[in-house]
Design a protein around this ligand. Structure first.
Ligand code: MSP
Length: 543
């Protein structure tokens, strides 16, 4: 398929939405950024040159409004909140290579450059606009959508306003045919498939030109990006925001980053698919830029069966995430979010009971228990020194399963199917469990004559677990690094994912350390961990 052939092989550019700074970071923001982080870690391990970008979207009316209400200059308010996002992502261990803020000069200069170019080509022009404005979402709604929703916001249910303004327009209609052809020719451009079909259906009803500016009000502070040559209009926040994906890799201060474009994956949720799958690609066509390889729109997390909302105040916020991280370890939380999350078209439930079930089944009783058992037996029968495999002995199931695992995982990661990639790692540790159950090395070890066979079995088990740890490292970097250190087999600098997954790298004689359980079993009857009563909160939020 045409879009599966990378334009610049060996590089990988992944983005997240840039988040509004009027909200405190919550699980939704943490989740999309976690998926990006896991992909970035995998592609780095695979030896690729990775660029992982996240950031904050700051020029929204609601940010200016919130600053005004608090009597603060716009930028002071934006700083507080952008810092809260940056601190949260650092605390969660995300490995973004840059953090863009739309208030940064490097971004604003880029937006000015691109809009200037689009004015020159005639893709941006001045005209009149009348339409239904959803103030709660800061976007215009088409007549059809407005009517279907009884002239209320389809997202928040608040009444729509009829607005007329003079605006600069983007000539979206000019690109309808080319966009349709592109989506049709590239089945993986919009994922998952059901989302692609939604977008295709809507494009086929026709694309109109869209307003891309807002008039500057008399009391407005100086913020946002002005339309080049017209300081009575600012670039509409959504257009300003979309450009971030390109302003950062094309910033003249960092020329080496040009090679990252086009983005390999724009990760987003379903709420902002139209902007990313239609408006953004058309703007890129107008600019003569290549299109991103994939726009992946996941669904939503809900909590204990209920939609999270400001009015219910039931967001899984940073203090709650922190409470889970403290109780079970950050990697357990990553595992739960990545394996039970809403990557498909249905929403996923963050339910405490499900968290505990998953944690106990896959981590405490799964890879954690398998690695303790194997390390304990090596301690007991071989004094903690890794035994040697016996080439005369049968190849065990774990070894058979490990064959080709690197290629299978790479293919899942390429398809952004993290759940299946992770399942490959877990399958290895499950195979080790079964293998030990069937071969019973603990019984064989009673007769010293069997020591060579016991050594072979334990080598097979330990080596399969080492490979499982490599496979699972992008999802659970801390715990898997710990497991690899216990097996004296860290992934060496320069080693790639594929070479680290090769069978037989575990050195006979290497020290195998028992250590504490990697994942302590959790009590299903215990109440969910409580967020600290007085957590260090960023000052900002209207949630
Ligand atoms: N600023 C715009 C995006 C501009 S991108 C050029 C915006 N910001 S946002 O703060 O509202 O973030 C929306 C994104 O947050 C979603 O697309 C998704 O990535 C994430 N999530 C917000 N709530 C979520 C859930 N309940 N579940 C999963 N992710 C969700 O829109």
């Amino acid at each position: 398929m045409p879009n599966d052939t990378p334009a610049n092989p060996g590089k990988f550019y992944v983005t997240t939405p840039i988040y509004y700074v009027n909200d405190r970071p919550h699980i939704g923001h943490a989740y999309t950024t976690l998926v990006a982080d896991t992909l970035a870690r995998f592609h780095r391990l695979a030896g690729e040159d990775v660029f992982f970008l996240t950031g904050t979207d700051e020029h929204a009316d609601k940010v200016a409004q919130a600053a005004k209400e608090r009597g603060k200059p716009f930028i002071e308010w934006a700083d507080i909140n952008a810092n809260a996002f940056q601190a949260a992502f650092a605390e969660l261990g995300y490995t973004n290579d840059d953090f863009v803020r739309t208030t940064q000069q490097r971004h604003k200069d880029g937006v000015t450059r691109f809009i200037t170019q689009l004015m020159k080509t005639g893709d941006v022009y001045l005209g009149d606009y009348e339409g239904w404005y959803d103030a709660s979402q800061e976007e215009y709604i088409t007549e059809n959508v407005a009517r279907e929703n009884n002239y209320n916001s389809p997202v928040t249910g608040r009444p729509l306003e009829k607005r007329t303004e003079q605006n600069y327009f983007f000539r979206l209609s000019r690109y309808e045919d080319r966009l349709l052809a592109h989506i049709e020719a590239n089945p993986h451009f919009i994922r998952p498939e059901a989302r692609r079909n939604e977008v295709l259906g809507r494009i086929r009803t026709g694309l109109n030109d869209i307003p891309i500016s807002r008039a500057v009000g008399p009391d407005d502070d100086d913020w946002g990006v002005y339309i080049p040559g017209d300081d009575t209009h600012r670039v509409y926040v959504w257009i300003d925001a979309l450009f971030n994906y390109l302003t950062i890799p094309t910033c003249p201060d960092t020329p080496g980053r040009r090679r990252y474009w086009p983005a390999d994956v724009h990760l987003i949720a379903k709420d902002i698919l139209w902007f990313h799958a239609v408006i953004w690609p058309c703007m890129l066509m107008a600019l003569g830029e290549e299109l991103p390889k994939c726009v992946y729109a996941h669904s939503y997390w809900i909590r204990e069966g209920t939609k999270m909302s400001k009015s219910l105040g039931n967001f899984i916020d940073l203090p709650t995430i922190r409470a889970y991280n403290d109780a079970f370890g950050g990697d357990a939380m990553r595992y739960y979010l990545l394996t039970q999350g809403p990557m498909g078209v249905t929403d996923a439930d963050f339910a405490h009971a499900r968290f505990i079930d998953t944690y106990n089944a896959d981590l405490a009783n799964g890879i954690g228990n398998a690695s303790s058992r194997v390390a304990n037996m090596i301690a007991k029968y071989f004094d903690g020194a890794c035994p040697a495999p016996d080439p005369e002995e049968e190849v065990g199931e774990p070894q058979r399963l490990a064959g080709g695992v690197a290629a299978r995982v790479a293919s899942c990661m390429g398809a952004i199917d993290l759940e299946r990639a992770i399942a490959e790692g877990l399958a290895l540790s499950n195979a080790v469990d079964r293998y030990i159950h069937e071969t019973e090395p603990f019984k064989l070890a009673k007769d010293p004559a069997n020591l060579k066979l016991v050594g072979h079995i334990l080598y097979t088990a330990a080596e399969a677990l080492r490979i499982a740890a490599v496979v699972l490292a992008p999802a659970m970097p801390t715990k898997m690094a710990d497991l690899l250190a216990r097996f004296s087999s860290p992934v060496e600098p320069g080693q790639t994912f594929e070479s680290a997954c090769a069978w037989g790298l575990l050195r006979p004689g290497a020290t195998i350390t028992k250590g504490d359980p990697l994942f302590m079993r959790a009590d299903p009857a215990a109440p969910p961990p409580e967020p600290a009563t007085n957590p260090a909160q960023p000052a900002a939020s209207n949630s």
